[in-house]
Design a protein around this ligand. Sequence first.
Ligand code: PLP
Length: 379
Amino acid sequence: MKLFDVYPLFDIELVKAEGSYLWDKNGEKYLDLYGGHAVISIGHSHPTYVQKLSQQLNEIGFYSNSIKIKLQEELANKLGELSGYLDYQLFLCNSGAEANENALKLASFHTNKKKVIAFGKSFHGRTSLAVAATDDKKIIAPVNETANISFLPLNDEHALEQAMNEEICAVIVEGIQGVGGVNIPTNSFLKKCKSLCKQYGALLILDEIQSGYGRSGQFFAHQYAGIQPDLITVAKGMGNGFPVAGVLIHPGIEAKHGLLGTTFGGNYLACAAAIAVLDVLKKEQLVNNAMEMGNYLITELEKITGIKEVRGLGLMIGIELEFPCAAIRNKLLQEHKIFTGSSSNKNTLRILPALNIKKEELDSFLAAFKYELKNQSIK
Ligand SMILES: Cc1ncc(COP(=O)(O)O)c(C=O)c1O
């Protein structure tokens, strides 16, 4: 059987990973500033993570959500403590799209309404509602098309005021837009989202799938704005590569048996991975490191001439050039052995390293990037 060919692939076969480094089958070493798309939070093969998952696998790997899984409670308590959302409830699932799908459903169940506001350049995943709330016509199949979702420009408070009404069940916004090219909602805009949702009886959903789990230098990017959303979705960094996701749910939203459900969500292995991530984030103070290293990288990037704009918070950074970044990205990978990310904005390179990246590692990237930017600018 052949693989369904939906991904453009680099011809690289990785066989080993540690910290912020990867090795291919020929022994070539790579610096990872992409984290497999913002997934690697505590670094590859962290010993605490490897130990916790291996031990769990030897004890029990899976049973269904028909029995009590203590690890789920431990995970919920640790996540509540580290994120500052101790009084929220946690629904566990398997992927970012699924988390948003469930958050949107829950908003609709809770309010008994069906209109949703999403924003330009958003990406919320590929399942039916999540993709319908994604601003990319190419990935919305005819069956996903719905008149229930409308798109507004990000950070346009006036447009939001005009569009809000009693029929809206949810406003969904990314803590920082990732796929769209690292676009940051302003604090004032997020506050406006919150107050208008309250006024019109809608729920505010913060998609922190990429920007959450410490990446922005706060546990959640929306915490810079000092707001509390009704629903927060998490995935990516939550499991450091193990598929696990969740919805943090305001205490005022009531659960009912059968309202939501999943076979694999919250299984023993997923919980073990997610607990190991939280333990390491806390012990090694990685949210602070993300803030410090991110500030350092942004400051150094801002000194470089030839960049149109540097956008970012913590270790979620977009470098917008005056021209498409694909050639530089390829050179960084092929010649300097550095992985970086692209975005739907062709000119924007995305930097999404592990949260325990070191200054020397960022310096290697800066040197390589400056060299390639100069070469490309001369062409
Ligand atoms: C902000 C955001 N939401 C949702 C998703 C979808 O997550 P998943 O690919 O795990 O379904 C992504 C993935 O890139 C994302 O960046």
